[in-house]
Design a protein around this ligand. Structure first.
Ligand code: HEC
Length: 132
């Protein structure tokens, strides 16, 4: 076996080792991506908006405190509107609605004025009937 051959083999092995190193490094990333994908998709728009824009200042603790300012569904919506306004997000009514609904369904559990539209409680067909 010539020196040149041995050298080439060494280089290929090094290349292969590097390549498999990259593959090995990518596996956890891909695995995390796959694991995260379904839950990211299961996240509602309201939850996504809230976690993106609102949790910087308050944890859910804020919504559990004794003297909370959201006392019912409409004051909750008012607070959400007020806070998105305070941080100049320019949310549409439906964004506000989605976030208020997310907070309500995960924390407050107020009786919603428009409960018939709640995705959690009333099946779509029925809610369409109720909406007329
Ligand atoms: C700049 C920091 C900050 C940001 C950003 C912020 N909040 Fe708040 N939030 C607060 C503080 C402080 C309070 C409590 C103020 C009070 O007692 O009136 C509060 C209170 C609330 C309440 C009332 C809680 C209760 O029941 O008493 C709601 C609802 C709320 N925030 C929603 C939001 C939403 C939705 C967003 C994102 C658009 C948001 N907040 C972003 C600081 C913030």
């Amino acid at each position: 076996m010539s020196d040149a051959n041995a050298h080439r083999r060494q280089r290929t092995n090094a290349g292969r080792a590097a390549a498999s190193g990259i593959v090995r490094a990518l596996i956890p990333i891909v695995a995390i991506g796959l694991a995260a994908a379904p839950s990211a998709m299961a996240q509602s728009r309201g939850e996504l908006l809230y976690t993106t824009h609102c949790v910087s200042c308050h944890t859910t603790q804020m919504h559990w405190r004794d003297k909370r300012s959201a006392k019912d569904w409409s004051s909750l919506k008012f607070q959400v509107r007020r806070w998105q306004d305070a941080v100049s997000l320019g949310w549409s009514d439906s964004d506000i609605q989605e976030v208020a609904r997310y907070l309500n369904e995960s924390i407050y559990r107020f009786e919603q004025g428009d409960a018939s539209r709640s995705s959690l409680r009333v099946p779509t067909g029925l809610s369409r009937e109720l909406d007329g």
